[in-house]
Design a protein around this ligand. Structure first.
Ligand code: NAI
Length: 278
């Protein structure tokens, strides 16, 4: 099966690697510029080489996975069977892309989106087919879950097809209807927001909040360290969607979260968030 992954950033590269490593798939990894796609492929090769260095993968396997990935431009996915979009989280840009794909891809090609917060149903408006959500988690090669997000027009047959594909790439699917935050982010991101509230109130230090949740709730990572890892800008964007879509004040982003994002404290990616990173 030919897979087109569009967007060779953190998620797109990870998703491309997942398919390239599974039996029976070849991948076109596309980005807005050829060099971005090539950089995405090089990032995959670098992470495969790390596994080889640590004796977690044999060199031949790494080579085979890399050989399964062809970097290219969005138009190069025209003969793919399944196209997974992992570009910037902006509904207008994603819709533009799907509109272009509709004209160049086969009518039976499946369109999927890795969006973490946008409406799958809205992404499909004006298209000749229903986009399905295939929401991978970061880092995609490591995280076992894929949320299959079902839009208003998604058929049962399409859901079964996606369940089979998710299983074929060694992941586990959870099915969610199209709703803000789907399952994981609707639980996880308000938890990060609440932890920010505890910190902002001066109730506890960042370290104590994280220790408490690690040891008291058996979480592998505390909520503030997790917010830093996800990116505080991403957390804010998801809270905004939960809040604006539901109007429920329980999803209101904490003012400290807004302030940190405005001040460029985005977590690990900006080297400062609730913790400092070298
Ligand atoms: P990123 O910023 O690392 O990568 C996005 C890539 O898309 C870039 O390489 C960019 O050049 C490319 N791009 C932008 N517009 C394009 C277009 N019109 N055509 C082709 N390529 C284009 O972003 P990231 O973090 O990989 O996120 C991608 C998607 O995955 C977003 O929808 C995001 O919400 C979702 N997501 C992100 C997660 C995360 O932890 N970062 C987790 C799960 C989903």
């Amino acid at each position: 099966m030919k897979i087109g992954v569009i967007g060779a950033g953190a998620m797109g590269a990870g998703i491309a690697q997942v398919f390239a490593a599974a039996e029976g798939f070849t991948v076109v990894l596309a980005d807005i510029k050829q060099e971005f796609a090539e950089k995405g492929k090089n990032n995959i090769i670098a992470s495969l080489n790390k596994l080889v260095d640590k004796d977690k993968m044999v060199a031949d396997t790494a080579k085979t996975i890399a050989a399964n990935i062809t970097p290219g431009l969005p138009e190069d996915v025209s003969n793919c069977d399944l196209i997974i979009e992992a570009i910037v989280e902006n509904i207008d840009i994603k819709r533009q892309l799907f509109n272009k794909l509709k004209d160049i891809c086969r009518p039976d090609a499946i369109f999927a989106s890795n969006t973490s917060s946008l409406s799958i149903t809205e992404l499909s408006a004006g298209l000749d087919r229903q986009v399905i959500g295939l929401h991978f988690f970061n880092p995609a090669p490591v995280m076992a879950l894929v949320e299959i997000v079902v839009g208003l027009g998604t058929t049962d047959e399409m859901i079964s097809k996606m369940q089979a594909i998710v299983q074929q790439v060694g992941k586990v699917a959870a099915i969610s209807k199209d709703a803000p935050g789907f399952i994981v982010n609707r639980v996880l991101i308000p938890m990060v927001n609440e932890a920010i509230g505890i910190y902002a109130d001066g109730t506890a230090s960042a370290e104590d909040i994280d220790t408490a949740m690690k040891l008291g709730a058996n979480h592998p990572m505390g909520p503030l360290a997790l917010g830093d890892l996800i990116g505080l800008d991403v957390c804010l964007a998801i809270m905004e969607v939960l809040y604006s879509e539901t109007g429920d004040s329980k999803y209101r982003p904490h003012i400290l979260l807004r302030k940190m994002v405005r001040g460029g404290a985005l977590g690990r990616k900006s080297k400062k968030g609730f913790y400092r990173y070298a």
